[in-house]
Design a protein around this ligand. Structure first.
Ligand code: 13P
Ligand code: SF4
Length: 310
């Protein structure tokens, strides 16, 4: 109890210092829905990959402190070359994004010269630069339906690619990537939670395996889950995604109950950012995310196309 009180006081002090310094630096804090609770609580904007890209594109702030993983901060740097984009812990990468590289994508493109290349935002800037258009889990289906081409190379998530094939008639050529966090959610976990909470609805992220998606009521992006939880009459929800989202869901819906599909669905990279590191990044103005101009311009085209359509 003593320790919990001490932690709360320390966090309050840290949060106050962050707020003060944020004003001085003309900075904005963007945080992904999987960040730890206290980081979510100091954010100016909390959201999914799509929402975060949109916020980055429209902010007037001079500095963006990006609390998320590297590809997300990189997207902000691609969209805002005149701003300083900082990551409190620059080693926070996305293992799925690291499953693809430019050279191997180029080789696949040579094999399928007529295909349109759609890359999930969970990719390095160099891969976006080799893609025709980007997507997020919130807009992937809509965006792919809107494309003229019938043949699509989809990178890097094979499970999101599979989900898209269940919603469109396009020929999808998937990359063999996956999210190591979402594959920890097993069909047995969903069955167990459904048995324990028979009245609850099951929402899962489309990065989950097809077996898990089949057992769910809906597959949604993290922002989609927040919107659904707020707007639906359902008072109990089993949440099939990274457990960081539960903090926001519970805070925004105090009268409703949320149960994790699996306690093991933790993204270690998302947990690297702490309040202390947010403060230090504003104090030292570090670490800055920089994308070489030649890559940035090409990658921006693919992101801009996505933002126009969605
Ligand atoms: P969202 O865009 O749904 O927030 O997902 C991002 C992500 O990395 C999921 O693992
Ligand atoms: Fe990447 Fe998966 Fe972590 Fe999302 S949850 S950032 S896809 S590793």
């Amino acid at each position: 109890m003593q320790n919990a009180k001490f932690k709360m006081k320390t966090n309050k002090n840290l949060a106050e210092k962050i707020l003060e310094l944020k004003k001085k630096r003309n900075a904005i804090i963007l945080a992904h829905n999987y960040q730890i609770g206290e980081v979510q609580d100091v954010a100016d904007y909390l959201g999914d990959s799509l929402g975060l890209s949109r916020q980055a594109a429209k902010t007037d702030a001079e500095v963006i402190v990006f609390c998320g993983v590297h590809f997300m901060a990189e997207t902000a740097a691609i969209l805002c070359p005149d701003k300083i984009v900082l990551m409190p812990d620059i080693s926070a990468g996305c293992p799925m994004a690291d499953m693809i590289d430019k050279e191997r994508l180029k080789a696949l493109k040579r094999k399928h010269p007529k295909a349109t290349v759609v890359s999930y935002v969970n990719t390095p800037a160099e891969v976006k630069a080799e893609s025709d258009i980007c997507c997020t889990s919130a807009n992937a289906v809509k965006l792919i339906k809107s494309l003229k081409s019938q043949e699509i190379i989809f990178t890097p998530d094979k499970y999101l690619a599979h989900y898209i094939t269940t919603k469109t008639d396009k020929r999808i050529i998937p990359w063999d990537g996956f999210c190591p966090t979402h594959i920890r959610i097993l069909p047995e976990d969903i069955k167990k939670q459904k048995k324990k909470y028979p009245k609850a609805l099951v929402l899962v992220h489309p990065e989950c395996t097809p077996e898990v998606i089949r057992l769910s009521d809906r597959a949604l992006s993290t922002e989609g889950m927040c919107k659904y939880a707020k707007e639906s009459n359902t008072s109990q929800i089993i949440v099939g995604t990274e457990i960081g989202l539960l903090h926001r869901l519970r805070k925004e819906n105090p009268g409703k109950k949320f149960y994790p599909a699996s306690e093991l669905a933790i993204c270690p990279s998302m947990k690297l950012t702490t309040l202390e590191k947010v403060l230090w990044s504003l104090e030292d103005m570090k670490e800055q995310v920089i994308v070489p101009e030649e890559i940035r311009i090409k990658a921006k085209k693919a992101i801009d196309r996505m933002l126009e359509i969605s």
